[in-house]
Design a protein around this ligand. Structure first.
Ligand code: SF4
Length: 232
């Protein structure tokens, strides 16, 4: 059975939206809330809740951002935003609630950290690099542009299963797919271990084979163990 791991957001306009729509032109004066809700817009988005019912961090950061904007506009009722669930019930999220005993933090603290990072990116203090992720990038509005940059940079994350964390933290001595394809593995192995933390010789060999396949003009997939295909 196939399963789709996505959350669904349905936009349901309320009175302020109707007032705004009616102010645009005279033709909209006959509109009602019921008309607007007859054909609501729905969006599939990544999962937003953990199994324990708490919002996933990336979603909490979005909620905190909207709350912060409303706060700065003087329109916020506090740091407990809510969303409507599929049954139309309000589900509140307390962004100021302490969580964890060893490292007590609030979702608002996480938001502040990400906000500081975002400001530093805008100021040019941090430079960000795209990293290909099969599950995430194809749903992203930047996909076409990022893919072009990744291909131009011959980025290591285009190798299957070699994502951002491996590229940034482990394969820090190898800059591109072509470079990985050309290395002499022995130069990176000492006493049975590779110089890359968390990457064993078998994984290094596998990643290098993939790099070669992507680099060779006529690279083709192949079986690593012999398989007898059954006949019908
Ligand atoms: S397409 Fe680019 S911006 Fe979007 S998730 Fe992938 S790397 Fe990030």
């Amino acid at each position: 059975m196939s399963e789709i791991n996505r959350s669904l957001i349905i936009l349901r306009p309320k009175q302020p939206f109707l007032d705004w729509a009616c102010s645009l032109d005279d033709d909209s004066n006959d509109l009602t809330i019921e008309n607007l809700n007859e054909d609501s817009t729905a969006y599939l988005i990544p999962e937003i809740w953990e199994d324990d019912g708490k919002p996933k961090l990336h979603y909490a950061v979005q909620l905190a951002l909207y709350t912060d904007i409303l706060e700065r506009l003087g329109r916020s009722h506090g740091r407990t935003p809510f969303v409507w669930d599929i049954h139309g019930s309000e589900v509140p999220y307390d962004l100021m609630e302490m969580r964890g005993k060893r490292n007590p933090r609030r979702l608002w603290d996480d938001y502040q950290d990400y906000l500081a990072q975002a400001r530093n990116i805008v100021k040019g203090v941090f430079k960000t690099l795209p990293a290909y992720s099969t599950g995430v990038c194809k749903n992203c509005v930047w996909y076409t542009s990022c893919l072009k940059n990744l291909e131009a940079a011959n980025d290591l994350t285009l190798i299957p299963e070699l994502g951002r964390s491996k590229r940034d933290a482990r394969f820090d001595r190898i800059a591109s797919i072509r470079e990985l394809a050309a290395i002499n593995q022995a130069d990176f192995i000492d006493e049975g271990k590779t110089v890359f933390s968390g990457i064993g010789p078998v994984t290094l060999a596998k990643m290098q084979e993939r790099a070669k396949l992507l680099t060779e003009h006529d690279g083709k997939p192949y079986l690593t163990v012999s398989k007898r295909l059954g006949s019908r």
